[in-house]
Design a protein around this ligand. Structure first.
Ligand SMILES: Nc1ncnc2c1ncn2[C@@H]1O[C@H](COP(=O)(O)OP(=O)(O)OP(=O)(O)O)[C@@H](O)[C@H]1O
Length: 337
């Protein structure tokens, strides 16, 4: 696992290990060393605790989480094959959806506050903020307007209201300065007057992250932060996520790219068919038979190709098949000449 460089913070200072113990990888490992590597494991200092959350869609159980704790100050990845329930789980805990088990034992709390019956804006106010993909409406707004909206309305709702009578009106100067600082940090300041829709895939992801930071969250939740990002920007995005952690923020992210997960996660939680099936540091969790079963059983299109998830035997077999296909292709070509 490689460690971050030392990017600038919004205030222009430099992140150092002295700012918080958890900027030090050894301290992070030590913190989690005593945590049992099993679903629902207790954490030394959980910032988010979830109990008995289920969500059914017709006959489908999309989420069935008995207990989950997310450790404060670390980067936790939530992984799992397609349809495992990751997005639905994000929606539930951020107040965008209601558990089927609401009123029947579902509880979750964040940073000491109960969130069971809390609406999405209140969840954001409590300090748990998620990124949003650029919707069509947001794409037609400038980068700066997106940032200003981030200060006001983390739900992405009430767009028209926000644009006609911004609640941040009285502090507009302050909010604008903050937006510019964040845009500078994410190297988007030059684009501030461009339409958000004109940004590259990677720049959009940076904007989504910058927008979420407008409310100074305690925990940021990223849904596939690397999707659609070209390799040149991947490193920079990873560095940004790591520096948020090093400044003391908790990060919870959903990601399909296992290299990214291994590179930046301090802890990995694995979902399959709505349940948490494994937890642990990235290197051990990937070797967990329950995780390999979950991915193979789901006939997942991307991760089946990821060597990290497969046993040596299966990898050998796949390489052998690929070699045979290549030999057959060459023979066919020779035959044509
Ligand atoms: N609004 C909905 N109506 C009906 N079924 C839904 C709805 N949202 C999700 N589901 C179903 O719930 C299950 C979990 O879906 P979800 O999108 O949460 O999984 P995921 O782990 O985020 O998948 P992916 O990695 O592909 O995004 C799937 O079977 C999905 O088809």
């Amino acid at each position: 696992m490689s460690e971050p460089t030392t990017p600038s913070t919004p205030s222009g200072t430099t992140t150092t290990a002295g700012q918080g113990d958890l900027a030090d990888p050894a301290a992070r490992r030590a913190l989690m060393a005593g945590v049992v590597q099993e679903p629902g494991a207790a954490k030394p200092e959980p910032i988010l605790t979830v109990d008995r959350i289920t969500r059914h869609f017709g006959g489908i159980t999309a989420v069935d989480v008995e207990h989950l704790e997310v450790q404060r100050g670390l980067i936790t990845a939530l992984i799992g094959p397609n349809g495992a329930g990751k997005t639905t789980f994000f929606n539930l805990i951020t107040g965008f959806d209601k558990p089927s088990s609401a009123g029947k034992g579902a509880h979750w709390s964040f940073n000491g506050a109960k969130l069971d019956k809390t609406s999405a804006p209140k969840v954001a106010k409590a300090g748990m903020v998620r990124t949003f993909q650029l919707t069509k409406a947001l794409s037609r707004m400038t980068v700066m307007d997106n940032m200003m909206l981030g200060a006001k309305d983390q739900t992405g709702e009430s767009l028209a209201k926000a644009m006609f009578r911004p609640l941040w009106h009285s502090q507009e100067g302050e909010v604008r300065a903050k937006a510019e600082e964040l845009l500078a940090r994410f190297k988007l300041l030059e684009k501030k007057d461009d339409y958000a829709g004109s940004l590259s895939g990677g720049q959009r992801k940076l904007l989504e992250m910058a927008r979420a930071l407008m409310t100074d969250p305690t925990m940021i939740m990223l849904d596939e932060p690397m999707a659609g990002v070209n390799p040149a920007l991947t490193q920079s995005l990873l560095g940004h996520i790591q520096s948020l952690r090093d400044e003391g923020m908790t990060v919870l992210f959903v990601e399909h790219d296992m290299h990214v997960v291994q590179h930046i996660s301090d802890w990995v939680v694995v979902m399959a068919e709505g349940r948490i099936v494994a937890e642990g540091p990235a290197d051990t969790v990937m070797a967990n038979p329950a995780v390999i079963d979950a991915y193979l059983g789901a006939h997942h299109d991307t991760d089946l190709g990821d060597d990290d998830l497969l046993s040596d035997e299966v990898v050998k077999e796949l390489h052998h098949e690929a070699d045979e296909e290549e030999a057959a292709r060459r023979d066919a070509e020779k035959g044509k000449r």
